[in-house]
Design a protein. Structure first.
Length: 172
């Protein structure tokens, strides 16, 4: 199973791809950021949609996991973030991908073990879990964390369906 994680943002949208391989191991496939530097919001949304569509075409994921938006500094920021998230979701929907949404709390708990973890902690744990040589940029690390979170939940559900406790290992 190939999982694309998305950390939506109206300026920078992070993406991260992991693969769950036989034996329930999670391996790094790729990550990066889509930078929407256009002048208008509508142009930024198009850049996000096009960028996520390109990532989907390149990596061919089986599943699309995205962070839910639950708060923002102000109403205008929340609205823009919601629209950016919608643009990313539409790219996944148009490719008929199964879409799963996770809160920041769920993602941080799955990766760091604490729902109030800081960005630096998420970056550190993603680097360690996936045995990366360099620390990924914050938005890409958040997207990888979203993908790892989905791997944990998916493997846990599958293991419970088979009747034994879940266990996730990471490829080194």
């Amino acid at each position: 199973m190939r999982i694309l994680g998305i950390d939506p943002g109206y300026r920078i949208t992070g993406y991260g791809m992991v693969s769950v391989v036989p034996g329930e191991m999670v391996a790094y496939v790729g990550s990066g950021c889509i930078r929407a530097q256009a002048d208008t919001l509508s142009q930024r949304l198009k850049a996000i949609y096009d960028g996520v569509s390109e990532v989907i075409a390149s990596f061919e994921p089986d599943v699309f996991a995205i962070e839910k938006v639950f708060m923002a500094r102000n109403a205008d920021s929340a609205l823009k973030l919601g629209q950016a998230r919608g643009a990313a979701l539409c790219a996944g929907i148009n490719r008929d991908l199964e879409i799963t949404e996770y809160t920041a709390l769920q993602i941080k708990r799955a990766v760091v073990g604490a729902g109030q973890a800081h960005k630096e902690q998420v970056q550190h744990m993603v680097k360690a879990m996936l045995a990366l040589s360099d620390t990924p940029q914050a938005d890409a690390a958040d997207a990888l964390a979203c993908a790892i979170c989905h791997a944990h939940y998916a493997l846990g559900r599958a293991a419970l369906a088979r009747g034994f406790a879940p266990g996730v290992r990471f490829v080194r």
